[in-house]
Design a protein around this ligand. Structure first.
Ligand code: NAP
Length: 274
């Protein structure tokens, strides 16, 4: 990689950031397109987030991605939110236009594209999301508009209720459910909790209740125990790698205004996860 005085810098703010895969796909895309950009992760302690966001202006960064735990906390420091980020209440991408910082959220769109390319239809489906955190909110924004019925289950019921209210205010439809014994009722089931990051985590649902006609998605980037069990039951399964890819593709487009080389980005990602 050649860094010059003209190189445009895109950052990633997270805490921690050591595990991130985004630099591989973004730098591969910049290099493939022959553009003078560089993607650099920054470990930003939550107490320093405000300073770090201000530094986007001071250092004339072109933009940044935000990851855990900054997606919501960055909002008060921004000048503007696009509609998706405003309704979702979380930002994973910031663009800087002449020092004016605009927050976007490409996670939900990325999730939908990951399903589309696997041939999974959300329009008219009965869908269940487990979890009501930032990732769930992004996914629910799209599903609440397209699915015929969207149900949300969360360990902390009030957070699911708050999400349903926000969706309804934005013209979407969703309902809170109190337990997930009805797992067999849904066409599409999405785990949006971190359960499965560790192999000894409890499963987010009882896989014995799954039917082979169902699709089961996990937002975690790898084959989780849930996905392995669902595949054994004959379900279609999708891990979170496609969502990671496509949210990055849409972020690339926001920063550069160019057509993203999605297949180059996919190859770069696969080369580091396999
Ligand atoms: P978050 O904002 O912290 O939300 C976590 C959600 O999971 C909350 O609803 C929380 O419930 C629930 N939860 C946490 N621990 C639980 C447990 N032990 N049992 C039951 N529920 C539990 O996190 P997030 O940003 O939404 O991320 C969620 C998952 O999505 C993570 O695994 C993350 O890696 C993944 N993700 C993937 C992508 C991608 O591109 N593929 C993008 C973003 C996130 P409470 O409300 O009760 O705390």
């Amino acid at each position: 990689m050649h860094i010059s005085g003209k190189t445009k810098i895109i950052g990633l703010f997270g805490y921690p950031v050591e595990h991130t895969l985004s630099p591989y796909m973004q730098n591969a895309a910049f290099s493939h397109c022959g553009i003078d950009y560089c993607y650099v992760p920054f470990s930003v302690h939550p107490d320093r987030l405000k300073n770090a966001v201000e530094a986007i202006r001071s250092l004339s960064l072109c933009g940044v991605n935000l990851t855990i735990p900054h997606k919501e906390a960055c909002i008060p420091s921004l000048d503007q939110l696009d509609e998706e980020a405003r309704i979702i209440g979380a930002v994973n991408t910031i663009t800087s236009k002449s020092g004016r910082l605009i927050g976007h959220n490409t996670d939900g769109r990325g999730f939908v594209m990951a399903l589309v390319e696997q041939g999974i239809t959300i329009e008219g489906s009965r869908s269940l999301i487990i979890g009501a955190g930032g990732a769930s909110r992004a996914v629910a924004y799209y599903l609440s508009r397209a699915a015929s019925n969207l149900y949300i289950y969360n360990r902390t019921r009030q957070k699911a209720e708050a999400l349903v209210s926000a969706l309804s205010y934005a013209g979407g439809n969703a309902m809170v459910i109190d337990d997930i014994s009805s797992v067999s009722d849904y066409d599409l089931i999405i785990n949006a909790t971190p359960l499965g990051l560790q192999d000894d985590d409890p499963l987010p649902l009882d896989p014995g209740l799954l039917r082979s006609s169902q699709s089961v998605c996990d937002l975690i980037y790898r084959q989780t125990p849930l996905l392995r069990q669902a595949a054994r039951k004959g379900c279609r399964t999708v891990d979170g790698l496609g969502m990671l890819l496509w949210q990055g593709v849409y972020s690339f487009e926001l920063w550069t205004g160019m057509q993203p080389p999605a297949e180059v980005m996919r190859t770069a990602l696969l080369s580091v996860v396999k």
